[in-house]
Design a binder for this molecule. Structure first.
Ligand SMILES: C[S@@+](CC[C@H](N)C(=O)[O-])C[C@H]1O[C@@H](n2cnc3c(N)ncnc32)[C@H](O)[C@@H]1O
Length: 188
């Protein structure tokens, strides 16, 4: 039997229900009532499921076939329509001017970011959340390549209009707040 890839192996062991990212949960009121949305590097598709519940036309791409199979099952169980595809998003990024909403959680490929801006239609919305180098806990990746530097989401998406940004880093009472990650909602 062929060996499972890293992410296929992780998803094969995972039994928890997929959940949407904090940035999407908190920013639902900023979404358009209709349009084309993409959950990029979707994993089990918690973001995709929420976007579909909100009435958007949803695509979800990930290169783990195990995750995509699980998402297809979750969508079926909730009677939601999601176009879930096994797709390498670095080799096959979204086409220019093709989307109204892109959600990315816990995935970082810096070279892809300018293409995400271009993939949005005018006024399109990007919702992004991932781990920072300045962390309070050992959650998330340890390789700095996959961790955001100070203010990095702002610079990666500088051509866009920032609507929401949160990055608390190591400021103040570290027992409180929303730590370890940065989030951005930006409009093209
Ligand atoms: C940390 S998980 C995050 C999954 C999901 N976005 C979430 O918030 O739960 C990272 C995901 O990126 C996917 N991934 C990594 N490289 C990829 C690539 N080149 N193309 C598509 N998906 C990729 C992995 O399969 C994995 O599902």
């Amino acid at each position: 039997m062929a060996e499972l890839s890293k992410w296929d192996a992780i998803y094969s062991r995972k039994s928890a229900e997929p959940t949407a990212s904090f940035v999407l949960e908190q920013s639902q009121h900023l979404l358009p009532s209709q349009g084309d949305a993409l959950d990029l590097a979707c994993g089990q598709g918690g973001n995709a499921l929420l976007l579909a519940k909100r009435g958007l036309t949803v695509s979800a791409w990930d290169n783990s076939s195990v995750a995509i199979e699980q998402l297809v099952e979750s969508a079926k169980a909730s009677s939601l329509s999601i176009d879930a595809k096994v797709r390498d998003v670095i080799q096959n990024p979204p086409k220019q001017d093709s989307l109204d909403v892109i959600v990315v959680s816990y995935f970082l490929d810096r070279a892809l970011c300018p293409l995400l801006v271009k993939a949005l239609r005018p006024k399109g919305l990007l919702l992004y959340q991932t781990y920072c180098q300045q962390k309070v806990q050992l959650q998330g990746p340890s390789n700095p390549e996959f961790l955001l530097k100070n203010n990095e989401l702002l610079s990666l998406f500088s051509p866009m209009n920032v609507r929401v940004y949160r990055e608390e880093a190591l400021l103040g009472d570290l027992e409180q707040g929303w730590r370890n990650q940065a989030l951005l909602v930006a409009e093209r």
